[in-house]
Design a protein around this ligand. Structure first.
Ligand code: DSN
Length: 433
């Protein structure tokens, strides 16, 4: 009896193998290929100012689409649950080594699929259900995964929030200190998704020390500026640092955890796997390693400096033309505009800017009277346009277009849109053939 199953009448599987391994996307799936091309046209033809976006190198793109996407592993290098992991082990070790070199950390974990997964892993490694946590209020620029009631972190742990000083919109460190003394948190979280200023890392460290709390800094939005030496390094102050890898850090989409204390290694690693995740995405791990390799190059320092200069120039220009910028500026890649003095809201304003080829996102401002679905603010970020090479004169032109649009001063939106598109198309992008 043959061990090979007889061919089923009409079975064309073998005939398709050549196409399966040989055809590119255009030939194999025109529908998706068309959409990818359309997205490329959209990205290259507009002014992209979403703070959580960037434009990765072609090398990062290539690694994301590599054969590593076929491989399943669980566990960590040298201790896997699946065979054939020796190359994956080398990849993960290389990525970890680069992450440690970029940020001066003793240990790194590149497995988190996102920043939120990284934060959940840290919470579950350090805390028991019901333990007290102190973090920046979502309404003041915090992040969902730092204890919002809408997120699992806010359902499992006892969350206390700190906020901002009313006079200048900066984090109120007195409030952080008082709340830490009152609630005795096990974990203090610094960082967020729409706080534009550099954190007072030393003050956070001292407060955490004084109440015997662990300090977690989520540097997702400004990790690229830390890597480039433009902002202070949270790894020098915090027990644990989390970040996404795709915002200002300009790598693959995903998350990462950094720490120094070896005693944290086992709880953190097991919290990621098997705690909150299964198999890591090895193709994304490959792309994270490529991005971190780029962050070690001297050019990355110039990129980081340009991001901060562009962000400051954009904020200055918006203010000079009549917009209310929260905290009167920024130290990071992001800018938050308060629309409460205008006859508009975040959704309407974002829609208006998209008509002149400028993309940003509606965002809550401190003590926003409107809900998150509408908001009274807009958040902007300059990482993506900086990666495409935009300079200060052009980012200033963009700032004036934004102010003119939001203040109803544009006579001919069609002309501004054409100017914005011409500016965007004039900047480098991937070959689009
Ligand atoms: N945290 C979200 C943001 O800041 O836009 C997604 O990265």
């Amino acid at each position: 009896m043959s061990a090979v199953a007889p061919a089923v009448a009409g079975d064309v599987f073998e005939d398709t193998l050549g196409t399966y391994f040989g055809s590119g996307l255009d030939a194999a799936d025109g529908d998706v290929a068309t959409l990818i091309r359309a997205e490329g046209q959209r990205q290259s033809g507009g002014i992209e100012l979403i703070a959580s976006e960037n434009v990765v190198s072609r090398a990062v793109l290539e690694a994301q689409g590599s054969w590593f996407c076929n491989k399943t592993v669980e566990g960590y290098p040298g201790a896997r649950y699946h065979g054939g992991a020796e190359v994956a082990d080398s990849l993960e070790t290389l990525g970890e080594r680069r992450a440690c070199a970029v940020f001066g950390a003793g240990q790194a974990n590149l497995q988190p699929h996102s920043g939120s997964q990284a934060n959940l892993a840290v919470f579950s490694a350090l805390l028991k259900p019901g333990d007290p946590v102190l973090s920046l209020d979502l309404k003041c620029g915090g992040h969902l995964s730092h204890g919002s009631r809408a997120n699992i972190s806010g359902k499992i742990y006892q969350i206390h929030a700190y906020g901002l000083r009313p006079d200048d919109g900066r984090i109120d460190m007195d409030q952080v200190r008082d709340a830490a003394r009152e609630h005795r948190p096990k974990l203090i979280v610094a960082g967020g998704s729409s706080y534009p200023r550099e954190l007072d890392l030393k003050a956070f460290y001292e407060i955490a020390e004084s109440v015997d709390a662990r300090l977690l800094v989520d540097m997702a939005h400004f990790a690229g500026l830390v890597a480039g030496g433009v902002l202070g390094n949270p790894v020098d102050y915090a027990d644990i640092v989390t970040t996404t890898t795709y915002k200002s850090l300009r790598g693959a989409r995903g998350g990462m955890i950094l720490w120094n204390d070896d005693a944290l290694s086992r709880p953190l690693r097991t919290a990621v796997f098997p705690g909150v995740q299964g198999s890591p995405l090895l193709h994304m791990m490959a792309a994270k390693a490529v991005g971190l390799g780029e962050a070690l190059q001297p050019a990355f320092k110039d990129y980081a400096r340009r991001v901060q200069n562009n962000a400051r120039a954009l904020a200055d220009e918006m203010m000079a033309h009549g917009l209310d910028v929260v905290t009167d500026g920024t130290d990071t890649p992001l800018i938050l505009v308060d629309l409460t003095g205008l006859e508009t809201d975040g959704q309407t304003a974002s829609d208006a800017l998209s008509t002149i080829a400028i993309t940003c996102n509606k965002n809550l401002i401190p003590d926003d009277p409107r809900p998150p679905t509408t908001t009274s603010g807009l958040r902007f970020g300059v990482s993506a346009m900086t990666s495409r090479g935009i300079g200060e004169p052009d980012i200033r032109r963009v700032g004036k277009w934004i102010a003119d649009c939001l203040l109803g001063r544009i006579q001919d939106p069609g002309q501004v849109r054409r100017d914005a598109e011409r500016m965007a198309r004039g900047l480098p992008f991937y070959p689009m053939s």
